[in-house]
Design a protein around this ligand. Structure first.
Ligand SMILES: [Zn+2]
Length: 168
């Protein structure tokens, strides 16, 4: 049962209890009210912890250097990464297709961002003058969020074993 349906069912039971109360059957009405409160509490707890997080990944190959690093640091030299960005969306209820967000819907928003980054020198891009994984993750978030309301996280894999996750 979906949370919205459960809420409606609880409302119906409450109306029935009030009807009994008006007819003077207070014992039964109080019993129902008590059960109703227990159910409402359980519903609250359930609603608060029910959550899906779905993700899809985009890949882009890009060059960068990190001008804020000290002289002599290897990241000051021009180099490249095979980046992966994992795009997370979240939902507390599944839709009519029993999913959180259609992958095609995510892809439509993600692809223009990917094209803006792929085979580029990242430092040349507005907002990416210091293109660390942290900055790239935030940059992607801010461009995705307006078209993808359910966006919950952007995770950048700069190498196989290091990266950064951003959300706001
Ligand atoms: Zn690097």
């Amino acid at each position: 049962m979906k949370p919205a349906e459960l809420k409606t069912a609880l409302g119906n039971v409450e109306r029935e209890a009030n009807r009994l109360l008006r007819r003077g059957e207070s014992g039964r009405a109080f019993g129902i009210h008590h059960a109703l409160n227990l159910l409402a509490d359980e519903f609250e707890r359930h609603a608060m912890r029910t959550r899906w997080e779905t993700y899809t990944e985009m890949r882009f190959e890009s060059a960068h250097d990190l001008p804020a690093f000290p002289d002599g640091h290897k990241c000051r030299r021009l180099h490249g990464h095979s980046y992966r960005a994992r795009i997370f969306v979240e939902a507390t209820e599944l839709d009519g297709q029993f999913i959180t967000t259609d992958y095609a819907e995510i892809a439509a928003v993600v692809e223009p961002i990917r094209l803006a980054l792929d085979h580029r020198y990242l430092n040349d891009i507005d907002g990416l003058e210091n293109p660390t994984s942290e900055v790239i993750a935030q940059w992607i978030w801010r461009r995705l969020k307006p078209g993808l309301a359910t966006l919950s996280k952007v995770r950048i894999f700069e190498t196989c074993d290091s990266g950064c996750t951003y959300s706001e």
